[in-house]
Design a protein. Structure first.
Lengths: 153, 151
């Protein structure tokens, strides 16, 4: 789960290039989905930590995105699926920066391989220190996007 | 694949596949990365393996190491590092006997007790605020999909 604010920012910045605001929102929702699904499996379904790892795999992201896209109206379902999936993959990419002492943060290739991967750049709880930086990036992206829209108008 | 035809069937199949993936993940990860709690019943299967645990509190410290609180009670962890009682640690360990571990790599998680809840608070707030902000772009309409554009 920690920290969805960082995940929001990492999706919101590329989301600035998506014109349709609903699709932009779906890209951000896509970055929330792996954690929301994992916590849902763990806390609601009592499925266990290993079971909920499925939400942080490439195949898991595809399935969760497809499931979610089924709740979107048919007309935009296809782009919604791809944007939800892009958001989910961005989420996994960001989770890879966490350090689990070399044991791996994400087993992203399940069911093909149980090998876990990590870049090991930051302790999981220390993502809290990224919040001010995230806020600055988000503010800059929002400002630039507004300016760009004004110029377009 | 993206049409409304057989909508329920598609939903059930996708949910079922996700369930199967979760089941497979549980089996595969349990084999590849067994939980440290298994060391409570030490066996030869665990010999020469390295295990990982994260965010376990230190209950006691002695000259040979520390006692950490696991889900199945305290375990002794041999380490040369000086760690204060009450600290929260993560470690890669090697089982050496029943409830006996030897640290291969160890890390003290300073500030874990405030960082973890703050992380969760920020995350929950982020989701709530974001959904409130975007709610006007969608409207609830189950007949044609739950999110329907206002445009």
């Amino acid at each position: 789960m920690p920290d969805l604010f960082t995940h929001l920012v990492t999706a919101r910045v590329p989301g600035a290039f998506v014109r349709d605001r609903r699709l932009q929102a779906l890209l951000v929702i896509g970055t929330f989905l792996p954690d929301l699904a994992a916590k849902g499996m763990y806390w609601v379904l009592w499925a266990g930590q290993e079971f909920s790892h499925a939400s942080h795999t490439v195949l898991g992201v595809v399935l969760i995105s497809y499931l979610t896209s089924l709740f979107v109206e048919e007309r935009i379902r296809r782009p919604a699926f791809f944007l939800l999936m892009a958001g989910g993959l961005i989420h996994i990419l960001i989770d890879l920066i966490k350090c689990y002492l070399g044991t791996g943060a994400v087993a992203l290739l399940l069911p093909l391989s149980p090998t876990s991967f990590e870049f090991g750049l930051i302790k999981p709880e220390n993502v809290i220190y990224l919040v001010p930086l995230d806020a600055a990036i988000l503010a800059a992206a929002w400002f630039l996007e507004r300016r760009y829209r004004r110029v377009q108008q | 694949m993206f049409s409304d035809r057989l909508w329920i069937l598609k939903l059930v199949v996708a949910a079922g596949l996700l369930g199967l993936l979760g089941h497979h993940a549980r089996k595969a990860l349990d084999k590849a990365q067994p939980e440290v709690e298994r060391v409570a019943l030490f066996s030869d299967q665990l010999r020469d393996r390295t295990l990982f645990f994260s965010n376990y509190p230190v209950l006691e410290a002695d000259s040979t190491g520390v006692h950490v609180q696991t889900k199945v009670g305290p375990m002794h962890l041999r380490t040369t590092e000086r760690i204060a009682v009450g600290e929260v640690i993560s470690a890669v360990v090697r089982p050496v006997g029943p409830r006996q571990l030897e640290a291969v790599r160890l890390e003290v998680n300073e500030g874990f007790r405030w960082k973890r809840p703050l992380n969760y608070c920020i995350s929950v707030l982020t989701v709530i605020v974001y959904f409130l902000l975007i709610r006007h772009w969608f409207r609830w309409n189950p007949e044609v999909g739950l999110f329907r554009s206002r445009y």
